[in-house]
Each structure stands twice: as structure tokens, then as C-alpha cells.
Design a protein around this ligand. Structure first.
Ligand SMILES: [Zn+2]
Length: 259
């Protein structure tokens, strides 16, 4: 019921959801022959069969900063088929909020672009302090404040406003490698990658899928930009910041154990 209400609040029809592809590729696992067994001459191999990936047509609502290339990559879809079926003449003319039909789509994957850039020295985690939202909505809200669109670099959705629980949205600020507008303290807007989880974690819990996506995203960014664990902050833990963000129910212990 809460889910339904949340989606009604957003004013969007829930898209046909796809499962997140969090698993990495599966390689055949070799089982060594037991050396304690005499005369054993052969090794046995266990082949792990994965279920065939179900492909099906599905809808995708264009988020700020998304290109046709990025959307095709998300669903491992054919970019020409995507263009044809949606009658797109000019790939640059892709309006935010437009619903595209993705034919023969694979389950959606996280696409995190990494750009060589020495400025990123910190990661700052936020909550939206709202029950619902997505990148497009924060983009609108932040523009109303007079900012240059959504102030974070990444949004991790909570299954509201037409997005899946745990979906990672990349914002134009990340694509253009621009300063954030998420944490003034400690010069974090200039040196910190801002990640916002949709939800109010002063009241509710971070979902399992959101936490999985956050761990994946933070580890990916830490690895590429060589950001140590002690430079991964909650907004409120940045020296000089006075906020409860990302909320007192944010699972710090669980999160720290996994990065
Ligand atoms: Zn914050």
C-alpha cells in the first residue's frame, strides 16, 4: 500500500521494472581432485549454469543527462533499433521525461562512467530527506533554487517515481565532471563526489538493494580515484557541516564493513 501511495505521489506510472544485474560473470569453478584419495587421476569441474537472461521489450523514461548511447548500454539494446522504434530523427533531441520503448531489452545494468580527473578526493553520502524522488525531480527542484540542475553526481533510487529500488542514476554534473552543489563544508562541492540515496533515513531504513548499489558505486569510485575509506563521509560527518544527513538510521556499521 505504501508503495502504491508513493507512486501515486510521484504522479508517474510505474515502469515495467527489470531486475538489477548485480552479479558478475560466472566462470566455471575448478574443484581439485582430492589428494587424499589414492589413484585419483582426473580433476572434476563443476560448471555453474546461469539461467538464460530473459530479454523483453520495456519502457524507459529519459533522465537528465542520459543519451541514447547510455540507455542502449543499460539494456544491452541495439541503438539503431531503439532509434527506429521510437522514431528518433536527431539523437541530440532527447527530451528529459520522454518514455522510450526499448525492444529486446536485457535486465538493466548499472552504467557508471569513470573519467580521469584528479579533483575527486572525497565521497559524500546524502539522503534526499524525502520519501520519494528521482533524478528528474531533484533536477527540477534544484533548478527552482536557481542552481544549475541537480546538485548531486549520483542518485540511488528507492523504487518510487518510476525508478527501480537500487537503480543508480548518473546526473549531468557527473557526466560533465562539474563541481557538486551538495556540501559546502570542507570544500566538498569542489573535491567530493555527491551521492544521494532517495529516502528519509531519519525515519526509514535504507533498502537492501539501495545499500548493495551504494557499496558497488562507492567501491567502484574509490578504486578508480584512489579514495581511501576515511575520505568517504556522511554529509553530517564532514567537519564543519551541521546536518543529520544522511539520517540517524543510516547503517554505517554494515556499510563500512562492506567497502
Ligand atoms: Zn546531505
Amino acid at each position: 500500500m505504501r508503495y502504491l501511495v508513493k507512486n501515486l505521489v510521484c504522479g508517474f506510472a510505474l515502469l515495467v521494472s527489470s531486475t538489477l544485474l548485480l552479479t558478475s560473470c560466472v566462470t566455471p569453478r575448478a574443484i581439485k581432485s582430492d589428494s587424499a584419495v589414492p589413484h585419483s587421476t582426473t580433476s572434476t569441474y563443476e560448471t555453474v549454469h546461469t539461467r538464460p537472461t530473459p530479454r523483453q521489450g520495456q519502457y524507459h523514461s529519459v533522465a537528465p543527462g542520459e543519451t541514447l548511447w547510455r540507455i542502449a548500454k543499460m539494456y544491452d539494446a541495439d541503438i539503431d533499433a531503439l532509434k527506429d522504434v521510437n522514431r528518433i530523427q536527431n539523437v541530440r533531441d532527447l527530451k528529459v521525461g520522454r518514455k522510450l520503448y526499448v525492444p529486446n531489452a536485457a535486465p538493466r545494468k548499472h552504467i557508471v562512467s569513470l573519467y580521469p580527473n584528479k579533483k575527486w578526493k572525497n565521497i559524500v553520502i546524502h539522503h534526499s530527506a524525502t520519501g520519494v524522488g528521482n533524478s528528474m525531480q531533484f533536477n527540477k527542484a534544484h533548478k527552482k533554487k536557481g542552481w544549475k540542475g541537480v546538485g548531486y553526481h549520483f542518485i540511488i533510487d528507492n523504487g518510487t517515481c518510476g525508478k527501480d529500488d537500487g537503480q543508480i542514476e548518473t546526473t549531468p554534473r557527473w557526466i560533465n565532471q562539474e563541481d557538486g552543489a551538495h556540501c559546502k563544508a570542507g570544500e566538498m562541492n569542489k573535491t567530493g563526489i555527491g551521492i544521494c540515496l532517495v529516502g528519509n533515513f531519519s525515519k526509514e531504513r535504507v533498502s537492501r538493494k539501495q545499500l548493495n548499489s551504494l557499496v558497488y558505486l562507492v567501491k567502484t569510485l574509490q578504486g578508480f580515484y584512489h579514495i581511501p575509506d576515511n575520505r568517504v563521509f556522511g554529509h553530517g560527518n564532514v567537519p564543519g557541516a551541521q546536518t543529520e544527513c544522511p539520517g540517524k538510521k543510516f547503517p554505517w556499521k554494515k556499510f563500512r564493513r562492506r567497502i
